[in-house]
Every structure is written in C-alpha cells, then in structure tokens.
Design a binder for this molecule. Structure first.
Ligand SMILES: [Zn+2]
Length: 164
C-alpha cells in the first residue's frame, strides 16, 4: 500500500515487453509459411508470454490463479523447462493439432530469452543444473535486445504490408 514504485514489478514489466517483441518477431518470420497466419501468430505470441504465469510478480502472473500456482511451482522451475514444454506440446498434438507447432515456437522463444539472464533456467528440470547468460533482467543489455526486436518487428511488418 502506498508503494509508488516497485522495482521488482518494473523488472518483470521490462521482461514482458522483451518477450512480447521477440514473440511477435517469431510470428512475423513464420507469417508467410503457414496456412492460417493470424491464428498461428496469435498462438505464438501468447505462448511466448505464457511461461511467466508461474511468477506472481510478472505482468501475466498478478492474479490469484498464478499466486496459487506459484505456491506449488517455483518461478523458473518446472514450467520453464523443456520437459513441461514437450508435455504441453504432445497434449496439443492430440487434442488441438493446429496449436501444437505455434505453441512450441512461442514457448521456445521465451525459454531462449530467459536463458540469457544471469538467473538462468533449470531447462532440463528435474536435473538441477542451470544454464545462465549475462543479460541482466531490466538492465541496459535487455533494453538493447528489446530495441533490436522492435526494429526487426517494424521492418517485417512494413515488408508484409508492402507485399515485398
Ligand atoms: Zn520467463
């Protein structure tokens, strides 16, 4: 209460935008190669944001569902793992075939970006080792990554609009 500025939520907000710009990039790259590009793209973008529902401080996680979830799963634990991603992928293959590939694309993009941070990921959960990078969450390098994706997104949107 009365908190004007919450550093933690600011850091996660930054991450949200980085994930969003990267997800849109992946969707735009594949736009011309799929049958239903808008639905495909939408699933890619949503999936590229989805893993952070395990984090109660993230933009996507500020709800009671995520708080309950966070009580069971540590942020960047099982939900941020290849194991969980493949589990959902095979589930989608069986029940909603169309969504399986765009889900895999979006989710992979999210995990790849998180691997770049010093906090890293236990990508091969339940194995304990972490893969880490050096792009600090909310730091200058992350802003740089975000801006690069933003420029690429604008370039790709222009190319699609001009029909090049
Ligand atoms: Zn994440």
């Amino acid at each position: 209460m009365g908190k004007v500025f919450n550093l933690n939520s600011f850091l996660y907000s930054m991450q949200f935008w980085t994930h969003l710009s990267a997800g849109i990039f992946a969707a735009l790259v594949l736009f011309s190669f799929v049958h239903n590009p808008f639905l495909f793209g939408l699933i890619v973008v949503v999936s590229s944001l989805l893993p952070d529902i395990d984090s109660p401080t993230s933009k996507l996680g500020r709800n009671n569902f995520s708080k309950t979830l966070a009580a069971f799963f540590k942020h960047r634990g099982v939900i941020h793992s290849v194991f969980f991603m493949l589990l959902v992928y095979f589930f989608l293959l069986m029940f909603w075939h169309f969504a399986a590939l765009p889900f895999l694309v979006g989710y992979s993009v999210h995990l790849l970006l998180d691997l770049l941070t010093p906090r890293g990921l236990r990508l091969f959960w339940p194995f304990k080792f972490r893969i880490k990078g050096f792009v600090r969450s909310g730091g200058l390098l992350e802003v740089f990554v975000f801006v690069i994706f933003l420029i690429l997104d604008c370039a790709l949107i222009s190319i699609h609009l001009l029909g090049l």
